[in-house]
Design a protein around this ligand. Structure first.
Ligand code: MRU
Length: 366
């Protein structure tokens, strides 16, 4: 990810071996700010408050959160208690739960005095694997986009939802990795970026695409159907927070509306995700827990005061009284039959249980 003149990753361990830095995404796109996480509590807060967000990134942050906890206190029940605290931060993105399970499996057999160093190393491995997996998703996604681009004369039109770019992972991202790969390959590509109310993660996608120089246009979520029905989109690519064994996809609220509109318009709908997003223990989307977030995400709007924009001081503006009842589910379920293909680090596959097991045969008897 290009955040020049800043570091290229969303999270990086500090040489002191006792802290990690993250890009504070609550300040973007107005201010580029780095937050230093030194304790378990700071890591949990970063995930809960969405200073870090996006399924792969919260998985890596949780792994480092456990490592930070063990630096604070390696004995007693630290591993289980810290793990429970981090598990409770965000329920839907399975990467977080996958990373914590992997950390526990690696650390539990070790004596307490060896756990902190081992946790630090394992978290580092998870981070490096994420970078490589997302890079591969980019390559496999490019292989799907090249023929689509080759069949038309004008630019390749991609629509995405939420932020599944470099900010949502360690570096390349998932849904946006194929876009970056296409851009690097010289394909004339343009991205329709949907706002993604209420947390407006589309602002982050537009920001990072601008940093890379990838042409993009920001749209209100409600404009997606019009663009799809008019033939102005060649492919929709989104990320995922959890994919069930049958191929149903939990992703940011609003995803299933785009999938339905894409199906009606005959536009391919791709879901890009690494292994850590596939949850073979959940049979179908209905089994995936959906996070409900604070109603204030709907009652308040955040941004810069137009008259004061130069000061870059974010403000909250109330659009609803606190007594107004609201419902704020953060994710929805897109049924497997609406997904044209998954793009994973092992290649593309159809959204069926059998195809997923062919890609991940080790899950057949797990
Ligand atoms: O609530 P968020 O911003 O963490 O949700 C992120 C998404 O829904 C992304 O689309 C998803 O995590 C895939 S990102 C690689």
């Amino acid at each position: 990810m290009n955040t020049a003149p800043f570091p290229v990753r969303t999270l990086w361990p500090n040489p002191d071996g006792h802290s990690v830095n993250v890009i504070d995404q609550t300040a973007l796109p107005h201010v580029f700010r780095i937050a230093r996480l030194t304790t378990l509590e700071e890591a949990a807060y970063a995930i809960r408050s969405m200073q870090v967000r996006g399924a792969p990134l919260i998985g890596v942050t949780a792994a480092y959160g456990l490592a930070l906890a063990l630096r604070q206190q390696s004995g007693g029940d630290t591993l289980e208690n810290a793990s429970a605290l981090l598990e409770a931060t965000r329920p839907t993105a399975v990467n977080l739960h996958w990373a914590l399970a992997r950390m526990r499996a690696r650390l539990l057999p070790l004596p307490a005095n060896r756990r902190a160093d081992a946790a630090w190393e394992e978290a580092g491995r998870i981070a490096e694997e994420d970078v490589e997996q997302c890079r591969r998703i980019g390559e496999y996604g490019l292989a799907l986009l090249e023929p689509i681009a080759g069949r038309k004369s004008g630019r390749l039109e991609i629509m995405t939802h939420c932020n599944a770019g470099g900010l949502a992972a360690l570096n390349h991202g998932t849904a946006i990795a194929p876009v970056y790969a296409a851009f690097r390959a010289g394909i004339d590509v343009h991205v329709w970026v949907s706002e993604t109310r209420p947390r407006n993660q589309g602002l982050l996608t537009a920001w990072e695409l601008r940093q890379h120089g990838v042409p993009n246009t920001f749209i209100a979520d409600n404009a997606a159907g019009l663009l799809l029905s008019r033939g102005q989109v060649d492919a929709v690519i989104v990320g995922a927070d959890r994919v069930a064994a049958n191929g149903d996809v939990a992703n940011k609220i609003g995803t299933c509306l785009k999938a339905l509109a894409a199906r009606e318009a005959g536009v391919p709908f791709f879901v890009a995700a690494p292994r850590s997003t596939f949850d073979f223990s959940r049979a179908a989307g209905a089994d995936i827990p959906i996070e409900e977030r604070s109603g204030d995400e709907l009652r308040l709007l955040h941004g810069l005061d137009e008259k004061d924009a130069g000061k870059m001081a974010g403000k909250a503006v109330r659009q609803l009284p606190s007594c107004q009842a609201v419902f704020n589910p953060a994710f929805d379920i897109t049924l497997a039959r609406l997904v044209t293909a998954f793009i994973t680090e092992r290649g593309a596959c159809a959204a069926t249980a059998e195809s997923l097991l062919s890609l991940y045969p080790e899950e057949r008897n797990a």
